[in-house]
Design a protein around this ligand. Sequence first.
Ligand SMILES: [Mg+2]
Length: 405
Amino acid sequence: MANIKEIQCIRTRSNGTWVIVKVITDQPGLYGIGSASDQYHAETVVTAVEQGVGPKLIGRNAGHIEDNWQSAFTSGYWRNGSILNTALAGIDMALWDIKGKEAGLPVYQLLGGPCRAAVPCYAHASGSDLVALEDDVRSYMEEGYQVIRCQLGGYGGGGFIDQSDARLSKNAWHKPHFFDDEAYLENIPKMFDYLRSKLGFKPKLTHDVHEHLRPQNAVTLSKLLEPYRLYFLEDVLPPEQIAWFRLIRQQCTTPQAMGELFINPHEWMPLITERLIDFVRVRVSKAAGITQCRKIASLCEWFGINTAWQEGGDNDPVNQVAAMHLDLASWSFGIQEDNHFNAEELDVFPGHAILEGGYLYTNDQSGLGIDINETKAAQLLDIEQTKIPRHMSEDRRLDGTIVRP
Ligand SMILES: [Mg+2]
């Protein structure tokens, strides 16, 4: 039996936004690691782990994962917040890692064993124009990806109008471009019309709206995209407007993926139990870890919904591995979002997942199978960069109104 002796955080990546939780036990050499990264509030998460949730668990049996999770979940009375979920996830993943190491089994074996040989992933293709996008999609198809996300540039791409074409007020708050729903409704169906005419229906294509549209236009876009038979349309609504999924469902069959901003069961439960979406996309670390996400995956199974755990460029290799273990063991798995790290970053994490030909592969080591080289983690960190405040980029409409991401 191993008891929790110490819980600490290791910050890495050059900007310090990757927070890796290390849970050390009283057994010689036995520890686990988990992901508690946050692109915008890394220091806050560290405080929550080391001074908030962590101290309560010191001395407890590391193997009582469910009990430790439940205890930490309500330890601050208020719960389901983004920061506390992330702190809890880091500890939770580390406890699963420890349990696997104790058992001499990979975590996916503890979760019931594999349902599949490897984990298919979807790639992110983008281009500033249709030809560049088509080229990018083709390069991923050649690499082996069967599902590819298609974007005209970054957040809101395809929906921007330039300052020179904009009818601005005389006191306009100057920005180089403005988001416009009508432009988006015009350009994104054209994008898929072009891609289907060039590529046919063999590649499975998705698109991420990044929550930019007004809800009624989210319904319209879902209808307009129906002929192009998407694998899924992602984040067509912001989390505040999820009731509109009922109207989308009544109007068309475009499959819907939603959830990367979700932190509370009351957000994903109605969408799953009323079958209003097709893929649930919470980030494992933002939904409080493997313990909670395996329950989401089980819930999905009963309602015919699939998982597509969120990754994205700001996530770390430990969260990716945690998602991969869930993917391997969940019958309700649909697709995994891929993620790319540079060689220097991967060097910090021996045992990281291998992404090859559109599939993620595990190394079958016990626990999560991934470790952290703390010397290299410290070398990667640029202290000056960690001092820079980070905020989500901001898009605005013509009159200056903020568009929620
Ligand atoms: Mg998204």
